[in-house]
Ligand binder design. Structure first.
Ligand SMILES: CC(C)(COP(=O)(O)OP(=O)(O)OC[C@H]1O[C@@H](n2cnc3c(N)ncnc32)[C@H](O)[C@@H]1OP(=O)(O)O)[C@@H](O)C(=O)NCCC(=O)NCCS
Length: 188
């Protein structure tokens, strides 16, 4: 294994597998990043240079150092369909003294798969891993574009609420604290 992601965590959901992201996965991602719908949802402002495998590798390397970078695989087909990073909080505005805080950038590459529940399976799985195995205090989604209805619905349906609005409400942060996560998982 090339061990690009520097971890060895393998997780499963009903339809998906999460495995350490590998170097070769960046080349699989490139055509999807060239789709403006996906690129805008992931990056907001278009990058100054064309998206290449090396461009994604540079960003991925940075992320892999800050947490656990996974490829998302469809169990049925064995196809790699996206990326997700369970990442220690790297933005000052969301850090809280004495708390372990994580965030979760996620992208399902193939837009024909959007809205079919894959995102929710991944988020629920990694949220449980973060609270229950890593013992975090707070779980966040950062820099969500207010017009990204699917993303907002995803975070809300996983129990997160808006914690911060920026740029006149165009950019939103979401979060859920451990106490609320416990309340929801115990069903009261
Ligand atoms: C955002 C993303 C990860 C969501 O994953 P997904 O698999 O498409 O979403 P799901 O099917 O799991 O749906 C999650 C929730 O959103 C709802 N939803 C799905 N499509 C929706 C739409 N077009 N409008 C509003 N709500 C929608 C679902 O009903 C579900 O809520 P529910 O459980 O209460 O019914 C995925 O669409 C994606 O990768 N998009 C491009 C990149 C991106 O936007 N990343 C997030 C950046 S913050």
């Amino acid at each position: 294994m090339d061990n690009f992601a520097r971890h060895n965590i393998h997780l499963k959901t009903e339809r998906l597998r999460l495995r350490p992201f590998e170097d070769a996965d960046f080349d699989l991602a490139v055509p999807f990043y060239r789709d403006p719908d996906f690129l805008n949802a992931m990056e907001g402002d278009p990058p100054d240079e064309p998206v290449t495998g090396d461009y994604l590798r540079r960003a991925g390397k940075h992320m892999a150092k800050q947490g656990f970078l996974f490829a998302i695989e469809e169990k049925a087909s064995g196809r790699t369909i996206g990326e997700v990073c369970l990442q220690w909080m790297n933005l000052e505005r969301a850090k809280i003294e004495g708390e372990k805080v994580m965030r979760l950038p996620i992208g399902i590459w193939d837009k024909t798969l959007w809205g079919k529940g894959c995102g929710k399976e991944v988020v629920q799985c990694l949220m449980a891993y973060a609270f229950e195995e890593l013992g975090i205090d707070r779980f966040c989604a950062m820099d969500v574009h207010a017009e990204n209805e699917r993303s907002k619905a995803l975070w809300r349906s996983c129990g997160l609420t808006i914690s911060r609005e920026m740029d006149n409400g165009k950019i939103l942060d979401f979060e859920i604290a451990r106490s609320e996560y416990r309340r929801l998982s115990l069903g009261y």
